[in-house]
Design a protein around this ligand. Sequence first.
Ligand code: SF4
Length: 235
Amino acid sequence: MNAELDEWLGAGSAAVADWAGHVRRLAQRGNLGAARGLLLDLPALAQPHACRSGTCAPGLREPRRRSCCADLDVEVTPGESARITEALAEVAAWMQPRDARWSGEAPERFDGSMLRRPGRRCIFAASDAAGLTCSLHAVEDATGRPRGALKPMPCRLFPLVVVDLGDGHVLLTALARHTSPLAGGGGAAAFPCLRRGDDPTLAESAADTLEELWSRPVARAVVRAVARWRANAAG
Ligand code: SF4
């Protein structure tokens, strides 16, 4: 597990709910997998997923649709806050030509805790006809910083959910129909990224993130476990 994920779990920022009961139910139904020490919520990781922010951005989306960058509360850890604060001038330089919210003086754009959402989207999300673009992600790429140098952990994970079960086990799950009451987010059905049946599985679409947060062998093992479960479920 990488240092930022360890820090985030240690800060108690992960979703708090009765995940132990969820794990028991998964096991009873044959839906609990394992890959290199991680417990896997196989139905959650097998759901289709692809990020197309033009389908969820305010002003572009259909009614009753939600976006991780517009509608979810994102709390940052002290470490994330310090890194963002240090890079705020670079982020402002990226945002100013693209986003009117960043022109002129506005000392309260980032207060070091919860990401603000003036104008119905995250203060770090630029909007155009194609959808939303994360300026923290863009500045990371433009400056050669690794992913996570600026982008907060919940944003890197979404719609994945990582749960420290407190008994030495970590569960990898996701916002999904069967986890919505535990994972929050207002229900998986509202997110267009989780609705199109011909998209890759979430395990496949999130493989790069899994590799960044654990390792390539872990990412491959998760993808394989989900593919095996899907094949068995299909009969
Ligand atoms: S920090 Fe970036 S990824 Fe996270 S909510 Fe804001 S715009 Fe979206």
